[in-house]
Design a binder for this molecule. Structure first.
Ligand code: UDP
Length: 251
């Protein structure tokens, strides 16, 4: 089990938001936020609740590693630096109210909705959108909804497609290199405004961890992600640790 090292208390501002797996605090510097990663786990729109011991530390460190690597290939992200085991400093963005889902292999809600067996590979990756609204259970929406409901502009949508494909290509390779198939994952993007408050750019926000992706061992198809918790498969702590270990993350 990861041991939590005692670290200096980071001066935090006001609590801005408490989500299911993270708490957001105002950062010391204007325009920054501190993301605190909890061990709390939820599934099925929070109908199932529990904890995965040490998950917050793993998700914090894994998000750091992924964001740094994505920056290296030219994807702008909100990540600034990791502060300690459970906290990272990020840029304050205006979240685009979309869950951007990428699928390489059919699983989860898509398998259920279309009656296709989990594990069936797709001829090409799918990028789909859900409206980010917990009360509605994040309903699946079409690109046309995104535009007509003005959730994002045409230009933003094409940037989202471009960046998301690049991220998928890169991460599939990264995980294949450590014997893991990247089945699907969820991304969120945010707008960061210029000083004039008019111009802005789109950057990757939120997190990347086994909480919001599906990772299967290449040889055995063993699930190494939150599905272990969702479906009471057991061994979720060990699965998260296994992914961290293969990525070379020190806990
Ligand atoms: N996902 C997520 N947050 C959500 C919904 C989905 O992080 O609110 C992730 C999920 O972990 C999986 C991918 O997006 O890696 C596709 O999820 P799916 O639509 O299959 O829904 P699920 O079966 O997780 O309800």
């Amino acid at each position: 089990m990861p041991s939590e090292t005692q670290q200096d208390e980071i001066p935090k501002g006001e609590k801005l938001y408490e989500g299911k797996a993270k708490v957001l605090f105002q950062g010391e510097e204007e325009g920054t936020i501190i993301q605190y990663f909890k061990d709390d786990a939820t599934a099925f729109n929070a109908l199932k609740k529990g904890t995965i011991t040490g998950k917050g530390i793993i998700n914090n460190k894994m998000t750091e590693l992924i964001m740094i690597n994505l920056e290296r290939i030219g994807i702008p992200t909100h990540f600034i630096k990791r502060l300690n085991d459970r906290e990272q400093l990020v840029q304050h963005v205006e979240i685009v109210p979309l869950e951007v889902i990428v699928r390489n292999v059919i699983a989860g809600s898509m398998a259920k909705r279309l009656g296709i067996e989990e594990g069936t590979p797709l001829a090409r990756p799918i990028i789909e959108f859900s409206l980010k609204d917990d009360d509605l259970g994040d309903p699946l929406i079409a690109e046309e909804h995104v535009l007509s409901l003005e959730l994002a502009t045409d230009e933003e949508l094409s940037e989202i497609f471009d960046m998301t494909h690049q991220i998928n290509d890169f991460l599939r390779g990264l995980f294949a290199g450590i014997g893991i198939k990247l089945i699907d994952f969820k991304l969120e993007y945010g707008r960061i405004y210029d000083e004039d408050g008019i111009g802005y750019r789109l950057i990757l926000a939120d997190e990347f961890s086994p909480d919001n992706c599906r990772l299967w061992d290449i040889e055995t198809n063993k699930k190494l992600d939150k599905d272990r918790f969702r479906h009471d498969l057991g061994g979720e702590v060990e699965a998260y640790q296994e992914v961290a270990h293969r990525l070379g993350i020190t806990l």
